[in-house]
Design a protein. Structure first.
Lengths: 325, 410
């Protein structure tokens, strides 16, 4: 089945059985859980999933229960991509030797921001360089949630975590979010995309594209964590929308190095007046509460400045001319 | 005895012998990263791949950590997987070694035994694999290149045995074996293929109540490497220990079966006894040291000294009963350790030998010899001095220095 054949309508989605099953132990309003369910809905056939240690691994595989209706492997925190390498190599040779009962099996490797930006980046870079045919999904909840909300290379500037607390002299994380998707584009890989679950159709189409592409694909998915963000569990999808509308997390894809804004972000580039100020996205999230204190005004200005700078850089990469509202 | 198959005599270094055995064993996936003195294995295997001589996916990974992860994942998918490493590479794999045994993936690995940093040293000792003693891997140590070749072939059968289902590492002494040309008799490829067979899988219960082969297969979704907490983890670990217990018999069976096609066996597969029947003084060692030790024992025997040697081929599982019965009449024993256990009152093999005699009917005097660290050469004369010390102990009835360093300056 190709992207064209499957339209990702609500009807299509309802008809397709779930492969990430209910009964997992994620918190109410867990963004990653929604993301996983959508991604598994978008698969196209026999699929093997491998996953790094982290919240989603832990909530979905508590023995003797499982939320996985597909074959699933976990080995360690930093090994999602190296697992995928081994699985893909095994599938390839078993097929050649006539020991595989399927025409083709897709391989999806999931990892959180810790398992991708930080401890897993070497294995990911190696697997992509070797050109294994797999889809790597980074579900980005912007901290090490499983171990109690510690900062990662994906934690945004200013956010308070348990290892970058908002203290009297240091107001949360001082460093900026690592541009992981750009790093993956720099690998000259065939497909890199960012997505946000509020735009579910965009997300699911990108999953399918990532699977269809021959060779490695990288999908960076925004995934709000109410527990770690100290945010209202009912608002995870709202934050998924605001992150895109404020250009904190623009959605785009890079096909064979050709970079293009996806529709939700494209609309903002066409009508810059629709771009929301970052404070609309930040407010309500406990991890950013301190930013709104008068003494941290500079920090808020800096978050806006950096967001704008990265957005303009992206626009240029996508061949768009930055316009001001 | 069944007639053995016709074999070919080739001059091979230990590493080459290993690569050749892997080539013949119908291995599906090799994921490896180079490190001295294992490099020849990956290089030689890369040549087989480049020349189209093997049907194997060679994954030239970016680290040993990934080599082990990819091997585990390939094995979980149903492939026969092999890797090789040494020293720092094995240390880097440490985390994943426990995952391999815990996931019951029968990965086979050659370890060209080498010292650990610091200071950096590329030469042979057993610090690397001894540090992985409790990782749940079966550990075999080869005496020569021939045995390295034979042991790799046997390792697939041992690891994949459904009563075992544990990863196996085969140690070969860095440089002494890995890089030294020796005559090696090799079996024809068909004979090896037939011996190792096609990998089998146990049937296990899946989450939806079916029984299915234990592997990642979209036809029978299975969750592998889950989180298991206070209520199940312990049982998983106990089952792993059962695999080790079964391995004691399986290693012997495989050794016997292999002897039928090759004419070669290594003791009973667990321990090799040399002049032990009436020995009063004996040494025990692992790996290539046994070669020199045997000539020393021969010399001593010529002189009428009742000397013997026990070579421990299988270090994990520790063949407790076999060791006890082999050494039942020995009065003084020297345990050789090519490894240090810092602050541990002796080397790791020494610890094990002392403990297994604790409740034996008769206990020999036991001395520990730590030797050969960082590839320090050990001469026949030094080895001979061990037996002389043991004889002295028999005369005085007293072990003056239970822990000794052989060939150490100053
Ligand atoms: C080698 C290693 N170091 C540390 C840990 C502890 N640990 C487990 S999960 C985790 C954080 C996971 O963070 P992330 O990848 O962002 O996933 P999340 O839990 O946020 O979904 C850490 C630090 C580990 N399991 N292994
Ligand atoms: S801590 Fe966050 S990511 Fe983890 S399960 Fe809860 S909401 Fe989901
Ligand atoms: Mg995270």
């Amino acid at each position: 089945m190709t992207t064209q054949e499957w339209k990702f309508t609500a009807k299509d989605i309802a008809e397709k059985p779930d492969l990430f099953l209910a009964g997992h132990r994620a918190c109410a309003g867990c963004g990653p859980a929604t993301v996983f369910r959508m991604i598994m809905k978008a698969t196209r056939g026999p699929t093997i999933v491998t996953e790094a240690t982290g919240c989603m691994e832990v909530v979905s595989s508590i023995y003797p229960y499982t939320s996985w209706a597909v074959p699933w492997l976990h080995t360690a925190f930093e090994t999602s991509a190296s697992n995928a390498s081994g699985i893909e190599a095994a599938l390839k040779i078993m097929k050649k030797k006539g020991r595989l009962n399927h025409e083709h099996v897709d391989v999806i490797a999931f990892a959180g921001d810790g398992g991708t930006y930080d401890i897993g980046i070497q294995a990911l870079s190696g697997a992509v360089e070797r050109g294994h045919d797999f889809l790597f999904v980074l579900y980005d909840n912007e901290a090490y949630m499983n171990t109690g909300i510690q900062r990662s290379g994906g934690t945004p500037h200013g956010a308070a975590t348990t290892t970058s607390p908002a203290g009297k002299s240091i107001p949360g994380k001082l460093e900026y979010k690592k541009p992981i998707a750009d790093i993956m584009v720099a690998h000259n890989m065939p497909y890199v995309a960012t997505a946000s679950p509020y735009y579910w159709k965009d997300l699911m189409t990108k999953v399918r594209k990532g699977l269809e592409v021959e060779g490695p694909a990288f999908l960076h998915v925004f995934a709000p964590c109410p527990r770690g963000w100290r945010s209202d569990p009912a608002k995870s999808m709202e934050y998924s929308k605001l992150a895109v509308e404020s250009c904190v997390f623009p959605v785009w894809e890079s096909v064979n190095g050709h970079c293009q804004l996806s529709i939700p972000s494209k609309l903002i580039s066409l009508a810059p007046q629709k771009k929301r100020p970052v404070d609309e996205y930040l407010k309500g999230q406990g991890r950013f509460r301190h930013i709104f204190k008068p003494q941290n005004k500079k920090l808020l200005v800096d978050v806006q400045r950096m967001t704008d700078a990265r957005w303009e850089c992206l626009l240029r990469k996508c061949g768009e001319t930055p316009k001001t509202a | 005895m069944q007639k053995t198959v016709k074999q070919e005599m080739t001059a091979l270094a230990g590493d080459q012998a290993v690569a050749y055995a892997v080539k013949q064993s119908d291995v599906d996936v090799v994921a490896a990263y180079p490190i001295t003195p294992q490099t020849i294995i990956v290089e030689k295997f890369s040549e087989y791949v480049a020349d189209g001589e093997v049907e194997t996916e060679f994954v030239c990974v970016e680290s040993e950590h990934s080599a082990m992860a990819a091997s585990i994942a390939a094995s979980a998918t149903g492939a026969r997987a092999f890797t090789a490493t040494a020293s720092a590479g094995l240390a880097l794999m440490h985390e994943m070694l426990f995952v391999a045994s815990g996931c019951r993936t029968p990965v086979v690995m050659a370890v060209a035994n080498r010292a650990l940093s610091a200071p950096l040293n590329i030469h042979g000792d057993h610090s690397d694999s001894m540090a992985q003693r409790d990782s749940g891997w079966i550990q075999l140590y080869a005496e020569n290149s021939q045995e390295a070749y034979d042991s790799i072939i046997q390792a697939f059968r041992i690891a994949e045995n459904l009563d075992v289902l544990l990863p196996v590492m085969v140690g070969l002494d860095g440089f002494t074996l890995s890089h030294t040309l020796e005559n090696v008799e090799t079996l024809p490829e068909e004979a090896v293929k037939e011996f190792v067979g096609v990998r089998k899988f146990p049937n296990v219960l899946t989450h939806n109540g079916k029984t299915a082969p234990f592997k990642l297969d979209p036809a029978n979704p299975m969750t592998m490497g889950p989180i298991a907490l206070q209520n199940y983890y312990f049982e998983f670990k106990r089952q792993q220990e059962e695999g080790m217990e079964h391995a004691v018999n399986v290693i012997q069976e495989v050794n016997n079966e292999y002897a039928k096609i090759s004419g070669r066996s290594y003791g009973n597969g667990l321990v090799e006894k040399y002049c032990l029947e009436d020995a009063e003084v004996a040494a025990i060692c692992l790996g290539s040291t046994a070669g020199t030790m045997k000539t020393v024992v021969d010399d001593l025997r010529q002189e009428g000294i009742k000397a013997g040697l026990l070579r421990l081929r299988t270090f994990r599982p520790l063949p407790v009963e076999e060791i006890r019965s082999a050494l039942a009449n020995v009065k003084a024993l020297a345990v050789m350790d090519k490894c240090m256990s810092f602050g541990g009152n002796g080397g790791p093999v020494f610890h094990e030998f002392r403990h297994l005699f604790y409740d034996a009917a008769k206990r020999p005097y036991i001395v520990n010899y730590i030797y050969g660290l960082g590839g320090r050469d050990t001469s026949p004369r030094e080895l001979r001095s061990i037996y002389e010390t043991l004889q002295g102990i028999l005369q005085t009835g007293c072990v003056e220095k239970p822990i000794q360093y052989l060939g150490l300056r100053g």
